[in-house]
Design a protein around this ligand. Structure first.
Ligand SMILES: Cc1ncc(COP(=O)(O)O)c(C=O)c1O
Length: 431
């Protein structure tokens, strides 16, 4: 049990009763602060999409601004990153931002206004990235698929074939669309680019995939890979992790997009000077990252991928046992980090999410935009184990029953548990 949990909980419990605070001016901030206090108090909530590992949460509070410690921490982080999946990574930028900022860093450092980007639209997060691309002034060639389907690679092939003048400067793709639970085939994208010897940069959003799903930056010729701290790394939100290939770094020398906060040039200058950041970094998150990577390292990255595959498969067995459908339409695109579950038309999926939170302290994901009201999402990524997943699935069953869906309690859990009991390996350190 996390000791901070007790301390904070006791403090909250024994606080004198105050009259309600009247919102004057900063009412929204006060409202948010109150909400946060409640969240801290109920930290035991089962959060499956942004689950902070207990150890990372504690370590993240140890950081201070001693330069030597900071530099030691960074070189350790780089070393561990090399070991866990970026063996030949050339340049890493650890930016105080979120996934959205990491997107902007990738685009503005490698491209110039008016540059043509082929961008796949398959769900809300790819839509938001496309919106950012358009607002930054790029010429975005959108390739849309029905939500629940993966990127339309046949369309990409046609565009590459016709692009004799090499007007496509980049292909932008979300590896794992968190809104629909669809994983795209990056190896196939690389094969197409190679088949046409096309020099376009490959920019990949790995926010809900990197450190959870197999990701091969070098083999797949990814030029910029990016993620955010709050997903598979199970850290608090606030760090954007951007990794650039030599080709992307080269492109950054001539890219004319306006950038200040995200300018790689400033980072590189400060790296060379040995002070690393052009501004104050988030020390807490660096320590958190170090710890998160230690956890991954301890488990072994391959085992992390296998665990996610087990959790994803078990969830899909549960969904099937409930008689519900996966929003993802093709088995080869099923996501091992998030499952979007389609509800019958007579149920509003937002009610499921609201009810799960209010009654069972369980955090599910809403259906977003085109699939709002139609799907709810079960996150199974990061610091989550088999038993926690079963707890989450049993919560979902109770909610389904509460909202009037004829579910047999225990049916999904039994299907998932049957699978997990066959495939969960012994914990290596306990053999
Ligand atoms: C695939 C994907 N990309 C980008 C984002 C945006 O990241 P952030 O909310 O950290 O800005 C998210 C957020 O969930 C995501 O799932």
């Amino acid at each position: 049990m996390d000791p901070t949990h007790h301390r904070v909980a006791n403090h909250v419990g024994s606080a004198p009763v105050r009259p309600p605070v009247r919102p004057i001016g900063g009412g929204a901030v006060i409202g948010v602060a109150r909400h946060l206090r409640l969240e801290v108090h109920r930290r035991s909530a089962l959060l499956c999409l942004n689950k902070v590992a207990g150890k990372v949460f504690r370590i993240g509070h140890l950081g201070n601004l001693k330069e030597l410690q900071l530099l030691g921490c960074l070189s350790d982080v780089e070393m561990v990153l090399k070991d866990v999946g970026y063996p030949n990574f050339r340049q890493l930028f650890l930016i105080p931002t979120t996934g959205t900022g990491a997107w902007e860093s990738a685009l503005t450092n490698t491209l110039s206004p008016g540059d043509r980007i082929v961008s796949f639209l398959i769900g809300q997060f790819s839509l938001l990235w496309i919106d950012q691309q358009q607002r930054l002034g790029f010429d975005v060639d959108v390739v849309e698929s029905d939500w629940g389907h993966g990127a339309d690679l046949a369309a990409l092939e046609r565009k590459l074939r016709n692009d004799t003048h090499r007007t496509i400067k980049a292909v932008a793709i979300v590896h794992n669309e968190t809104a629909t639970g669809v994983t795209n085939d990056l190896a196939a994208v690389r094969r197409l680019l190679d088949a046409y010897a096309h020099p376009a940069l490959l920019l990949v959003d790995g926010v809900s995939s990197i450190c959870a799903l197999d990701f091969r930056m070098d083999e797949w010729g990814v030029d910029v890979a990016l993620t955010g701290s709050q997903k598979a790394l199970s850290m608090p939100t606030g760090m954007g992790i951007v990794c650039a290939s030599p080709k992307a770094l080269e492109a950054s020398k001539t890219a004319r997009s306006v950038r200040v906060f995200f300018d790689w040039k400033d980072y590189l200058k400060f790296y060379e000077m040995g002070t690393y950041w052009p501004y104050t970094p988030s020390i807490q998150l660096l320590y958190g990252l170090r710890t998160a990577l230690d956890l991954i390292f301890e488990e072994g990255l391959d085992n992390v991928f296998k665990r996610h595959n087990r959790l994803g498969t078990a969830t899909r067995f549960a969904v099937e046992a409930w008689g519900l459908k996966n929003c993802c339409q093709k088995e080869e695109c099923f996501s091992d980090t998030v499952t979007a579950v389609v509800v019958p038309p007579y149920i509003d999926s937002a009610e499921i999410v609201k009810h799960a939170w209010k009654r069972y302290n369980l955090s599910l994901g809403l259906g977003l935009n085109k699939v709002a009201g139609k799907v709810f999402r079960i996150g199974h990524l990061g610091n989550l184990n088999e038993l926690q997943l079963l707890g989450c699935l049993s919560g979902v069953e109770m909610v389904l029953k509460d909202v009037g869906y004829p579910v047999k309690l225990g049916s999904g859990v039994a299907a998932a548990a049957a699978y997990l009991s066959n495939y969960t390996p012994l914990i290596p350190s306990r053999i």
